[in-house]
Write a protein that binds this ligand. Structure first.
Ligand code: SF4
Ligand code: SF4
Length: 462
């Protein structure tokens, strides 16, 4: 029987637990950009639910009422196409920017990146620098360790709970929610979702961190399919850097037969996913650009030109021309423009009235004295605006047709729905067989908003 290394191996050795990563803090252009993005995005998340618009929450996704409030705009289930269009635009924008500039989203705007960054700030604040954190983890439990770890946990848990509360505040009016929490009268499901989201934040940003990007995020898996040789990537200039080697600042690398990489591993120490960019493009790289800042700082100290690790393209690395305007980009750009144009136009032309006509299916038609034919309907009138409005309903399509059992003016509250049972009548000699009729709802204000809906009027067969 052939002897193999596997047959000697302990099966338990097939498993290797993930090593904890201690990213080193680094300053620089991209670190500043990342800080700015984190502050702006987190600021928006925590601030937006507290904004008010016309005496109500400016941004509220009221799922039980099936209404989305976006400042002055109220979206109803009937507006679902707008939401679908918006999601398509978001997906296409992601494709466009990924093909153009690589994983910009991952490095600077993804919630996982942004919250992890905030959690690392709290970690640095309570436990110190990278080497201090590593030392603290190795040290036996002491009052100092307990105090530092305890204060980190206190910050993390408070921040996570506030995040859970804020998240639920996008779906439940946040001021009422706050009052419920303060008075301990919060509902079971609301409490569950607040804690669940808080716990997810704590686990993902506090402990899972790069594991989410490596193993859980589907985008990390398929984004390479959007890359081509002209996509902006973060790359180590192997031609310039190799052969790598340590040397004194006074040594001329050319004379020593060395490249510009001094093998200081600073680019590895700052990497939040723990990879070595010098091994080439790897799917774990979230393009945070920390290694660029790290390497630039080393190049500055060595008096070498910056950019050993830099934003570049595969074509540029091969000394070929980089093409920004390539067919794929043009297709994405045109599609995006068409979709954004359609969304803006349809939103601008959106009439805040919905008119639904439901024909009474129990009776075909009724014959009344005086040779009159009558059909019954239920009119559903929805006022999608935020103010109460007066409407007038009329019907047309058959000569002499008229509405019975309906007020001249119908008041519908802002965001309200009114259901009206109505009878539509016409003279027998004008109404026979199946005839198409139109209902018209007109706002009785200066806007002149109108909504037309057709239906069928039934009469005796001619
Ligand atoms: S390799 Fe560089 S850009 Fe990629 S994740 Fe690591 S530090 Fe960020
Ligand atoms: S930071 Fe720059 S010089 Fe240092 S190991 Fe990385 S690539 Fe080489």
């Amino acid at each position: 029987m052939p002897h193999t290394a596997m047959s000697d191996a302990n099966p338990a050795s097939m498993y290797a637990s993930a090593k904890k990563i201690y990213p080193r803090e680094i300053g620089g252009r991209f670190a500043n950009l990342s800080k700015l993005a984190t502050i702006v995005l987190l600021g928006l998340f925590y601030l937006v639910p507290w904004l008010t618009w016309d005496d109500r929450q400016a941004f509220l996704f009221d799922l039980p009422a099936r209404k989305f409030y976006l400042m002055g705009l109220t979206l109803w289930p009937q507006d679902f196409p707008y939401l679908a269009l918006l999601l398509i635009i978001a997906a296409l924008s992601l494709f466009f920017f990924t093909a153009l500039a690589g994983r910009l989203w991952c490095g600077f705007a993804c919630p996982q990146t942004v919250w992890t960054e905030a959690f690392i700030w709290m970690e640095q604040f309570t436990e110190g620098t990278r080497s201090q954190r590593m030392k603290l983890d190795k040290a036996p439990w002491s009052w100092n360790k307990l105090r530092r770890k305890g204060s980190k946990q206190l910050l993390w848990v408070t921040f996570s709970l506030w995040t859970g509360f804020t998240f639920v505040g996008f779906f439940t009016p946040i001021r009422e929610l706050g009052a419920e929490f303060v008075s301990f009268s919060v509902g079971g499901w609301t409490l569950f979702w607040s804690l669940f989201y808080g716990f997810a934040t704590y686990g993902n940003a506090g402990y899972m961190r790069e594991q989410v990007c490596k193993y859980m995020c589907p985008y990390a898996r398929f984004q390479s399919a959007m890359f081509d040789k002209d996509t902006l990537i973060i790359s180590y200039d192997e031609k310039r850097g190799e052969p790598r080697g340590r040397r004194k600042r006074s040594v001329d690398p050319k004379q020593a037969g060395l490249g510009d990489c001094i093998d200081c591993t600073l680019c590895v120490q700052v990497c939040p996913t723990g990879i070595d960019i010098r091994k080439g493009l790897q799917y774990e790289c979230i393009a945070c650009a920390a290694c660029i800042d790290a390497c630039d700082s080393v190049m500055d100290k060595m008096n070498y030109p910056r950019g050993l690790v830099r934003y570049t393209t595969e074509h540029a690395m091969q000394s070929k021309q980089t093409h920004v305007f390539r067919p794929r980009m043009m297709v994405y750009a045109v599609l995006l423009m068409v979709l954004i144009g359609s969304l803006v136009t349809s939103m601008a032309q959106r009439t805040p009235i919905i008119l639904d006509i439901i024909r009474d299916r129990n009776t075909l038609y009724r014959e009344l004295p005086g040779d009159v034919i009558e059909n019954s309907y239920t009119i559903k009138l929805i006022n999608q605006s935020n103010d109460a409005r007066l409407f007038r309903i009329s019907v047309s399509g058959v000569e002499g047709i008229w509405l019975d059992g309906i007020e001249d003016t119908i008041r519908v509250d802002g965001g309200g729905v009114v259901s009206l049972p109505v009878r539509v009548r016409a003279q027998r000699n004008n109404a026979y067989g199946i005839m198409k009729i139109d209902f018209l709802a007109e706002a009785m204000d200066e806007t002149g908003d109108k909504r037309k809906e057709d239906s069928r009027f039934l009469g005796p067969t001619p």
